[in-house]
Structure formats: structure tokens, C-alpha cells
Write a protein of this length. Sequence first.
Length: 352
Amino acid sequence: MTAHRIALVPGDGIGQEVVPAAVRVIDHLAAQAGLDLTYEHFDLGADRYLRDGTTMPADVMARWNSGEFGAVMMGALGDPRVPSNIHARDILLGARFELDLFINLRPVRLLDPRYTPLKDKGPDDIDMVVFRENTEGLYTGIGGQFKKDTPDEVAIEAELNTRKGVERIIRAAFEYADRHGRPSVCMSDKSNAMRHGHDLWQRVFKAVAAEYPAIEALHLYVDVLCMELVRKPERFDVIVTNNLFGDIVTDLGAQLQGGIGLAASGNLHPGKVGLFEPVHGSAPDIAGKDLANPLAAILSAGMMLTYLGHPELEQRIQKAVQDVLASGAVTRELGGSLGTAAATDAVIEVLG
Ligand code: NAD
Ligand code: IPM
Ligand code: MN
């Protein structure tokens, strides 16, 4: 029997609802497929921080980095009681940085035509994968504040772009396109305004693209990318961009595919532990009310199963999600009437 050990961090808000939902689905599949999935639950998040000041213990990070776990599954981190968001930075960004998970893989795939807000666009049009750089950019915290809380205050947030970092994410995007038969890669930056860092993206993109002559290399400034994603999403197969732009573009992408409750992601570095999480946050406005859509977490768990070597199980999850979307057995924000638990039951039922 194949065995995998998975670290679970439900985290804050609806993370506490959607991670258990995803676990129920993969346990159901594992029982059928003869997989032995075992879990260790990590009590990390706002409650823990407010209780004892702990954000991300160094020994936990070391264990995640040690190969003990095949994957980490996270819910969401963020809580209005912690306005500084320090725990989310230490846990979520901390894991991305310290585990060096440089690929934030965010598929944008419409599974059922009725859920996209775009007129006359269907599943064939909205089917792309975003490669978001995940270890540098504007997220490193490099910078500082000077003369804080005075009229002369200065705040600097520096954007870090390293040749190594830019090259490995661009290369990962081309490799993916090559392996999955995707005809084009679109790199998006703001090199018309950002002369240093994004010039590096331009030069590296051209150099890496030259190694993949069969794949079309497109470039769009990120403002135009946002426009084109809405106007003509069928133009896009693989998109590669920096950390901040990738964050923003994938919330836009989430809506194209039916809403933030359907957007899945994986934080990856081939050969290392993978961290899987829905794109959405902790949604404090609906937390604890059985309103959260569990499908993003369930699809993220599907991505995790592929990463663990079981792509056929991810396909079954995608098909099951497609079936519940088609039948309307979904949560309220998608026009259904089900709560989180019942929407999860519906997925398990169609899995058979
Ligand atoms: P959010 O994604 O939590 O919520 C945005 C809107 O989408 C809300 O109206 C919410 O109700 C809705 N929504 C989100 N997920 C949903 C789901 N599964 N089903 C139905 N509706 C859903 O974004 P926000 O409100 O900007 O952030 C809330 C907190 O979460 C903040 O602290 C933020 O920093 C954090 N956050 C964390 C992550 C993460 O851990 N990966 C991601 C995004 C935001
Ligand atoms: C995401 C989130 C995070 C990010 C926040 C919570 C720091 O929005 O995973 O998309 O910006 O990466
Ligand atoms: Mn985001």
C-alpha cells in the first residue's frame, strides 16, 4: 500500500471548514484506491498566536523541510484580530520562502460554462495555468520605515528580482508548456515603468524562450494582461509573472473560472515538499457559518494527489467537481443552496 504523510494547517476562518472537507474527499478516494494517507495536524494561526505568541516554530519548519511529509495542506491565514498579519507572514510567506517553493502554480480552468461572468466564453476558452514567482519580488519585506508617524515619514518597499529567481520560474513555465503540449507562454511585467527589475525579466525571458523555439513566447504588460484576460481569455495557455502581479492576476482568473471558491493552488519546488492551498483567504465575513465553498480546497487537494504521484485521483476529483457544478449541488455564492458540509457530501456522493 502506498503511504503518504500530510501536514495539515487549517489555519484561520473558513480554513477550519474547508480543510476538513478536502480531507474527507481524499480519504474517501484513498480508501478506494488503497492509499494510506496519514495526517499530522498543526495548530498554527491566529488563535495560537493570540494564545501564546507563536507564529511559525522553527522546528515545525525544519520538519516540513526534512522530507518527513510528502505535502502540506493549508486552509488560510488572516484574522481581523491580528491586524499586522504577522502570523500569516511567518507561516504562509515563511513556508514559501524558507522551503524555497518558488513556483506558485495556479490553474485557471472553467469547469462549467454557466459559472463564468464572461459572455459567450466556455471551458475551451478559459483554460490556462499561471506560474507566479513565489520567493521574491515585492514580498520579501526588504525596505524600511523612517521617521514613522511624523509628517516626514518615508516608507520603502524594495522589489527583489534575482537572475536565478527570475530564470527558474520562467524556465518552469516553459518546461510545463513543453510537457503539457501548451502552445504558448505569456510573460507579464511592467518593464515600461520599472526599468531595472523588469528589464531583467525581459532579458531572461528572451534567453529562455530561445531554448523553446516550438513554444510561442508572448509578452504583455500586466495592465494589458488584465484587460486581455477579460476580453480574450482563449489567448492564454501558460502565464508567468512576478509575485505581486501573480497574486492579483489569479484573483481575476478566479472569477473567470467561476469564483474564488473554485480556485486552487500549489506552492512547489520539484523534489521538495509541496504546499497546497485554495487561492482564497480566511473570509472572516462568512467564517463559522457553513457558507464556505469547499471546492477550491478540494481541487487543491486534487493537485496534491497528482504531486504525490496519483494524477488519476486528481482527474476523478475534477470530474466530480464538474458533476456537482453541472447539477447545481453547490454553495450559495454559486447560486446553490448547500452549506460547506453538504456540498462536500455531494462531491463524495458523485465519486461513488
Ligand atoms: P478572502 O478570499 O478571504 O475573501 C474575499 C471574498 O470572497 C469574501 O467576500 C469572502 O466571503 C469570499 N470568499 C472567499 N473564499 C470563499 C469560499 N471558499 N466560499 C465562498 N466565498 C468565499 O479575501 P480577503 O477578505 O481579502 O481576506 C481575508 C483574510 O484572508 C485577510 O487576512 C487576508 O490577508 C487573508 N488571505 C489569506 C490567504 C491565504 O492564506 N492563502 C489568501 C488570501 C487572503
Ligand atoms: C494569496 C494571498 C497571500 C499572498 C497573502 C495572504 C499574503 O493573497 O496566497 O494569494 O498575497 O500571496
Ligand atoms: Mn491572493
